[in-house]
Design a binder for this molecule. Structure first.
Ligand SMILES: [Cu+2]
Length: 259
């Protein structure tokens, strides 16, 4: 009895202090594809962040190298929404404190963990002068939308979306392992149809391209003058996805940052 109560109390405590996040499902043009955890999403075992930039888990999280059985089927040009949750669908999504960007990348399908130079950025959302991408994620019930490039070549891909929590990112993880930016990467297996011929070509490697010298990774969100200048980490959005970027709030953010 005592044991049971202690476990419940600990579980409640854990739930309140670790307000992390996890991807649960995908929508294609507004159509729910059903729960995707460990079905078409290479889901990690829990909602904990990755903080070590040298870890292969930075690419597709823990279990990232374990293929799952299904693929989301979508056509080039479709609008996808990746849907996040804190612990269960339609909950508070992620703690409001976890302010930061939401970034989406694509790579040719691989059975391995994706910890290599294979990634291309297809969407990003940062700070628009008033709100962070994470604020919008919460307001949008956990849905982060982006468009698959119309010209994207048909085939199997991994689509990786990450939420970055910057609430403790004024210290680098290497200087204080209790702090540092919190990365929540999640990789979805997607089979794309269409007649395009654009092949993602940025060859970005998270373990090399994300560094503790990057001002988008070691950043003080509480310094108001700095948030206007927040630079999202990683390469620019791929040219084939530029139309996608134009519809993103990031452009408003750039304007706000320049005013
Ligand atoms: Cu957290």
């Amino acid at each position: 009895m005592y044991f049971t109560n202690s476990v419940l109390a600990l579980a409640a405590l854990a739930g309140s202090v670790s307000a992390h996040t996890l991807m649960n499902s995908v929508e294609v043009n507004g159509q729910d594809q059903g729960e995707g955890k460990s079905t078409y999403i290479r889901s990690p075992p829990n909602n904990n962040p990755v903080k070590d930039l040298t870890s292969p888990d930075l690419a597709c999280n823990v279990n990232g190298g374990k293929p799952v059985s299904d693929f989301v089927k979508a056509a080039a040009g479709d609008t996808l929404a990746f849907v996040w949750m804190h612990n269960k669908p339609d909950d508070d999504i992620i703690a409001e404190s976890h302010k930061g960007p939401v970034i989406t990348y694509i790579a040719p399908y691989t059975d391995d963990a994706g910890a290599e130079a294979v990634w291309t950025k297809i969407a990003e959302d940062g700070f628009d002068g008033q709100q962070w991408a994470v604020d919008r994620l919460i307001a949008n019930k956990g849905k982060a939308e982006f468009k698959l490039p119309q010209s994207l070549k048909a085939g199997k891909y991994l689509v990786r979306q990450e939420v970055i929590g910057l609430h403790e990112a004024n210290d680098a993880y290497t200087d204080d392992s209790a702090r540092g930016a919190q990365f929540y990467p999640s990789c979805v297996q997607v089979e794309v149809s269409g007649s395009g011929d654009a092949v993602p070509n940025q060859d970005f490697d998270f373990n090399k391209g994300y560094t503790y010298q990057d001002p988008g990774i070691v950043f003080d969100i509480y310094a108001k003058n700095k948030t206007l200048d927040y630079k999202i980490p990683g390469p620019d959005v791929w040219s084939a996805a530029a139309g996608n970027a134009k519809r993103s709030l990031r452009i408003k953010g750039r304007v706000a940052g320049q005013v």
